[in-house]
Design a protein around this ligand. Structure first.
Ligand SMILES: [Zn+2]
Ligand SMILES: [Zn+2]
Length: 345
């Protein structure tokens, strides 16, 4: 079978491999869709300290069971989690599975979904990390449940809810999902911000924010623009869906009193320090939260949101590519030319 393996930074190869065999307690699936995201682009460029090559990449996985286990039967349509919590540590036992210090990941510690066949480790089954794809939901849509689960975790932590004015900074696929989810959670108005006018326009035409705010060259101060849009209050929630320290600093300044700021996107490892006016946090009673992936329960909930139409994702999938073109797909993602690229092995 064909797989896409990471060998070293800059070196992902589409090559032939033996079909994997499921051990006891493991599930074998025929991968139907594995979508790509900015993380794959980052891995291609820099590698990742958790990936010991050669490793089959791909972590946004949907497919069909071939060899059953744990109550699953051949033919079952399933979505698989990416981040695998241990289920036994102090954080997991407290229900905080997204911050499990023993977390492992599909496509990092285990071979992932850029392959025709894939084995789902027993550890995934042990934490309920396999979800039945609801009728009416396609494999490509189901593969987007994983990034949507991460977005859901971020908005739960930032308490996005009824009547909130929400700013989403970054109009990539994650930003688009944030706009859609915020609406489904009852946000009053959602504003989408990006430094790249072309990407902003393309995203806005799909997810229809109340305003699209260009924050790049010659666009004026983005904080001022948001204050104007919110009658001077600022936003109740500001989500940075971009690896940008500048965006995080702006987010702090455009938050309303008692606002919540989600540093959803991480910063580059070699440049993670920002300037924060702590008196803004103090006097305005701001809350700054992070977000680290998603739990198995978030994945299940994300699938339900897609299935019942509360968060449509089908129209966000702009590119479908066969496995041999996976590198083109990652290129399209890193150049920001697509909303969501999915690979169909
Ligand atoms: Zn991803
Ligand atoms: Zn744990």
């Amino acid at each position: 079978m064909k797989v896409a393996r990471f060998h070293a930074p800059g070196d992902i190869r589409v090559e032939d491999a033996d079909e994997p065999v499921a051990g006891p307690g493991e599930l074998r699936i025929r991968v139907r869709n594995c979508s790509t995201c900015g993380t794959d682009a980052k891995i291609l460029r820099y590698g990742h300290h958790h990936i010991r090559p050669p490793r089959v990449m791909g972590h946004e996985i949907a497919g069909e069971v071939v060899d059953g286990a744990g109550g699953w039967a051949p033919g079952d349509r399933v979505q698989v989690i990416a981040a695998i919590p241990c289920g036994r540590c102090g954080e997991c036992l407290r229900g905080r599975m997204t911050v499990c210090p023993n977390q492992e990941s599909m496509g990092y510690h285990y071979d992932g979904g850029f392959a025709e066949y894939m084995v789902v480790p027993e550890k995934v089954l042990a934490v309920d990390g396999v979800n039945r794809i609801p009728d009416g939901v396609g494999f490509a849509e189901a593969s987007v449940a994983e990034p949507l689960a991460c977005v859901l975790n971020g908005q739960e932590l930032a308490r996005v809810g009824e009547g909130d004015d929400v700013v989403v900074m970054g109009s990539g696929p994650i930003g688009c999902l944030h706009v859609r989810l915020a609406r489904s959670r009852g946000a009053a108005r959602v504003f989408l911000v990006d430094v790249n006018a072309g990407r902003l326009e393309a995203a806005a035409s799909l997810v229809r924010p109340d305003a699209a705010v260009h924050s790049g060259e010659g666009s004026g101060d983005v904080v001022d623009q948001v204050l104007k849009l919110t009658e001077g209050r600022g936003a109740d929630v500001v989500i940075t869906a971009a690896a940008s320290g500048a965006a995080q600093e702006q987010a702090l300044r455009m938050a309303a009193r008692q606002g919540r700021i989600s540093f959803f996107g991480g910063l580059p490892k070699d440049d993670p320090i920002i300037r924060c006016d702590s008196n803004l946090v103090h006097y305005r009673e701001l809350t700054i939260v992070g977000a680290n992936g998603s739990s198995p329960a978030h994945n299940a909930q994300a699938l339900r949101l897609i299935a019942d139409g509360r968060v449509p994702v089908a129209d966000l999938i702009t590119h479908r590519l066969p496995l041999p073109e996976v590198l083109d797909g990652i290129g399209i993602v890193s150049r920001g030319e697509a909303i969501k690229v999915t690979v169909e092995p």
